[in-house]
Design a protein around this ligand. Structure first.
Ligand SMILES: Cc1ncc(COP(=O)(O)O)c(C=O)c1O
Length: 422
């Protein structure tokens, strides 16, 4: 099998090695369609290191029981492990307290939680929620649903031709529409754009709005500090940050969570239930109805430990270097169009089209070469509409990605040009 960590191209004289040992990710050693796997779809979901899989296996094998209920040693042990994972997540994002960390299924559920509870309790007819044209559907549709329920409207900050947020328009919209909530991604999953979220939050607050940050693409890839950002809500998913699927996080300020009505009703989220009514548990359990994703929480805790050991500054720097390399390499391919801002202003995501080849056909062809990229609208149809394109192909990078894999992509794209007679 070819060694995808070895340089294959002249430009790779200063080849970028993986930041994390590739042997930590056994799946990367497999072949796909008879070729070494070149996995360039981490923005959709990341691969999992053995440390995460082993932590879950070890917990399930030795310490598993339902949590918060049993007055027996095993249940107490499981509860401690689950709550330890919550503390690790709180520390990872510099939350003031683990009480502010709610475990959900994913970023989508975290945003829906806010849209169902905070929005319904606080918004009235005529109110405005301000999102942006570059949001993932997860940060658009819940607001449209909430707006329909309460008679509010959703307005959108436009995106410039180069894929950045139009900050002048943002300031105008704040002034003219007086939104109650600004919902903004910290990194576009299509363009890689890193909007100036600190400034956006500060301006939202100055205009009297709360700020929700969609951290689905940022928390896995850059240092995120909720106190420094000063946001009110942060949503992200475990499966994009080396953890398992089925677990996500909503972080919010304790005082906001205290004032919010519960989301789902059921076991664990109550203090007392009578036939006439119920009272709610303390934070964070008030928002965790039913048996949670216990094993997955342990996995997320292990993923956070793994990322912390690598160092989030280094993760970000690694992806910046790969992105700069990828953009230079892909820009040299005739007929290839890159979307989004320059490499120094984006995260590790590169969207492109090649001539008039449909992105799906391109991705299928690349798959034949073992190269896994995403193709489609990336759950961002309004952004596709903005650029008047039906779809893009997208390569995305993580701690295990090497520049040799980007070479493999570029070489496969060159062959695709020949196949499609461009
Ligand atoms: C920017 C952004 N927000 C939200 C989501 C939703 O994440 P999940 O499907 O894990 O809920 C994604 C997933 O791709 C994303 O990229």
């Amino acid at each position: 099998m070819a060694d995808v960590t070895a340089p294959r191209h002249a430009m790779a004289a200063s080849a970028i090695a993986a930041l994390a040992p590739r042997s930590d990710f056994p799946i990367l050693a497999r072949q796909v369609n008879g070729k070494p796997l070149v996995f360039l779809d981490s923005a959709a979901s990341s691969q999992k290191p053995t440390a995460v899989l082993e932590a879950m296996n070890q917990f399930a094998t030795t310490s598993y029981a339902n949590i918060h209920r049993g007055a027996y040693a095993l249940s107490e042990e499981a509860t401690r492990a689950y709550e330890r994972a919550r503390k690790s997540v709180a520390k990872f994002i510099n939350a003031r307290s683990a009480r502010e960390v709610i475990f959900t299924r994913n970023a989508t559920e975290s945003i829906n939680l806010v849209a169902r509870t905070w929005a319904e309790a606080n918004l009235k007819p005529g109110d405005v929620i301000l999102a942006t044209e570059m949001e993932h559907h997860s940060n658009i549709v819940p607001w449209q649903l909430a707006a329909a329920r309460v008679g509010a409207t959703v307005a959108y900050v436009p995106v410039t031709d180069s894929g950045e947020l139009d900050m002048a328009a943002y300031e105008r919209l704040l002034e003219q529409r007086q939104p109650r909530l600004v919902a903004i991604t910290q990194m576009s999953n299509v363009l890689g754009t890193l909007p100036p979220v600190g400034e956006i939050v500060a301006k939202a607050h100055a205009a009297g709005a709360l700020a929700l940050v969609d951290g689905a693409q940022s928390v896995p890839h850059l240092p995120v500090d909720v106190r420094a950002l000063d946001c009110d809500f942060l949503a992200f998913s475990g499966h994009k940050m080396l953890g398992p699927s089925g677990i996500g996080v909503l972080w919010a300020r304790a005082e906001i969570l205290e004032a919010m009505p519960p989301f789902l009703g059921g076991g664990d989220m109550i203090r007392e239930v009578t036939l006439e009514g119920s009272t709610w548990n303390d934070l964070p359990w008030k928002f965790e109805a039913g048996t949670p994703a216990i094993i997955e929480a342990i996995g997320l805790g292990a993923a956070v430990a793994y990322l912390t050991a690598l160092g989030m500054e280094r993760v970000h720097a690694h992806e910046r270097a790969l992105t700069a390399y990828a953009m230079e390499r892909l820009a040299a391919i005739p007929d290839l169009t890159l979307y989004g801002p320059p490499a120094d202003r984006r995260g590790g995501v590169v969207s492109f089209t090649l001539g008039d080849i449909h992105a799906h056909d391109l991705a299928t062809l690349l798959d034949g070469e073992g190269v896994a990229v995403r193709a489609g609208h990336h759950c961002a149809q309004p952004l596709m509409e903005r650029y008047r394109i039906p779809a893009t192909a997208r390569a995305s990078f993580y701690v295990y990605t090497t520049s040799a894999e980007i070479d493999a992509l570029a070489e496969a794209l060159e062959r695709a040009r020949a196949v499609f007679a461009l």
